[in-house]
Design a protein around this ligand. Structure first.
Ligand SMILES: *[C@@H]1O[C@H](CO)[C@@H](O)[C@H](O)[C@H]1NC(C)=O
Ligand SMILES: *[C@@H]1O[C@H](CO)[C@@H](O)[C@H](O)[C@H]1NC(C)=O
Ligand SMILES: *[C@@H]1O[C@H](CO)[C@@H](O)[C@H](O)[C@H]1NC(C)=O
Ligand SMILES: *[C@@H]1O[C@H](CO)[C@@H](O)[C@H](O)[C@H]1NC(C)=O
Ligand SMILES: [Zn+2]
Length: 438
């Protein structure tokens, strides 16, 4: 599967080299995001007692904090791994406070701007794309992903059909790929979405990887052939298109959609708290400025409404719903909104158990698995719970690599290993669907 760019000429092959020399000779080259993250830090702290947790919550409201983990300060209690991203000045204030009250901490990222620029291959690798096929080991902008989808729709029309299922708040089309061999017979389907949360860039990279692997191994791998012959995959590489675009152009750590609010200046809704399942209850915020804001009403976000409509329309066929997030290394299933155990728990649990084992078999990376409420935290209005409640029996959410070393800035060099191992887990779950669960 090649991206057919311009013919490979001598001059074209030398261009990247010349460009590289220019970069080296140029001393103060331009910074990503206008250098806005210079000196900012990511700090991990784990309160050991409830008093420490409460002290932390108190100072949280006095400082400007971008919470990386967990997604809301309300989740912080004794023993919660808490990763915070702050300005240089605020982190100074926080560190002084932590030393004073004697809370243990660790600086995960000393200088976010430097980490961001180091983790990204900048233009050097991106240039390579037009010379030697599509590069799946870099993060791609929304425009690049859309062009890639259009290209596949043209070149692989036997297995791929690209369609739009609606429009985003800012008017962008919401594209999905229908992947699988076309046949007249009734086929069950698997839904996969990536990038509900804008800053979790490894998600869209995985969706692209999945499609690439499917096309590349359809002929050689009997398991893949069976999957594409017997199932359709509906794949949405970027769910939150407006937010993803914004995370490339303005704020690398943006999470929500980009919708405006009538009364507040803060924009956006958490697209994973906006679904009509115990909407805006525990683990969701009613405040528009919070990262877990549930929105003014269920399905208020056009992106959520479009996907919900599509799933409602196809729910008789769709047997599995898979949603890709980061970071935590977990494989989660319902419920998110309550601690109760789902009916048919054993089928879902054994699928998850096998999937994380398959994943671990590649590089030994361990994933925790279990009901989202017990494994991660209680959250209401999530897409996974909604899918499950609407009759899709296998509903999963992946929290991909890592566990905080790089956090949202997972370097491009880790795209390949992360996607390779995740691929095995997804195939394992899918093969499970094709069997009868006892
Ligand atoms: C950070 O602190 C320095 C020195 O205390 C001060 O000059 C500067 O204005 C502060 N920056 C911000 C953004 O508050
Ligand atoms: C995908 O290709 C088909 C023709 O094979 C075309 O009808 C359809 O409009 C294309 N999809 C998009 C989104 O362009
Ligand atoms: C799924 O993974 C398990 C290991 O956890 C393995 O025994 C099994 O063969 C895998 N099944 C498929 C179809 O890949
Ligand atoms: C549980 O499994 C049974 C038998 O396979 C099926 O009829 C039923 O719909 C399942 N229930 C749920 C909630 O998935
Ligand atoms: Zn997420």
């Amino acid at each position: 599967m090649k991206f057919h760019g311009k013919p490979r000429t001598q001059t074209a092959a030398f261009l990247p080299l010349c460009w590289l020399f220019l970069k080296i000779l140029q001393p103060g080259h331009s910074h990503l995001y206008n250098n806005r993250y210079a000196g900012e830090k990511v700090i991990r702290l784990i309160p050991q007692t409830e008093e420490e947790a409460n002290a932390l919550k108190k100072i949280y409201y006095e400082l400007q904090v971008d919470l990386w983990q967990p997604s809301s300060i309300s989740y912080v209690s004794e023993g919660t791994v808490t990763d915070v991203h702050m300005s240089q000045n605020d982190s100074r204030a926080l560190l002084a406070f932590l030393q004073e009250v004697n809370i243990q901490y660790k600086v995960l990222i000393e200088d976010l701007q430097k980490a961001l620029e180091k983790g990204s291959s900048l233009q050097t690798q991106r240039k390579r794309r037009s010379l030697s096929g599509y590069n799946y080991e870099v993060y791609h902008s929304l425009e690049e992903i859309e062009n890639w989808m259009h290209h596949l729709n043209k070149t692989h029309s036997g297995l791929i059909h690209m369609l739009s299922i609606g429009r985003s708040y800012e008017g962008r089309p919401l594209f999905i790929l229908k992947l699988g061999r076309r046949s007249r017979a009734y086929k069950r389907a698997v839904w996969i979405d990536c990038g509900i949360h804008a800053r979790e860039w490894i998600g869209p990279a995985f969706c692209q990887w999945f499609v690439k692997e499917a096309l590349l191994t359809y002929r050689s791998d009997p398991a893949m052939r069976k999957m594409l012959n017997h199932l359709y995959f509906y794949i949405m590489p970027v769910f939150n298109v407006d937010g993803y675009h914004f995370s490339w152009t303005n704020d690398r750590f943006w999470r929500k959609t980009r919708s405006r609010n009538s009364w507040f200046r803060c924009r956006g809704v958490d697209a994973n708290r906006n679904w009509k399942v115990k909407w805006c209850d525990e683990g969701a915020s009613m405040h528009p400025c919070d990262d877990t804001y549930c929105g003014p009403f269920p399905e208020s976000e056009p992106e959520v409404k479009a996907v919900a409509n599509f799933l409602r329309k196809h729910r008789k066929h769709i047997r599995a719903y898979l949603s890709f997030h980061a970071y935590a290394q977990m494989l989660l299933y319902p419920y998110s909104y309550k601690y109760a155990t789902i009916p048919n728990f054993s089928c879902v649990e054994s699928a998850a158990y096998k999937a994380v084992n398959a994943l671990r078999s590649v590089y030994g990376v361990r994933y925790r698995y279990g009901p989202a409420s017990r494994t991660l935290y209680v959250s209401s209005g999530s897409s996974m719970d909604w899918a499950y409640k609407n009759g899709i029996p296998y509903a999963f959410a992946f929290e991909l690599r890592d566990t905080g070393h790089f956090g949202f800035l997972l370097p491009e060099t880790l795209i390949k290993p992360t996607c390779t191992e995740t691929m095995l887990a997804v195939k394992n779950i899918t093969m499970h669907l094709l069997k009868k669960c006892p």
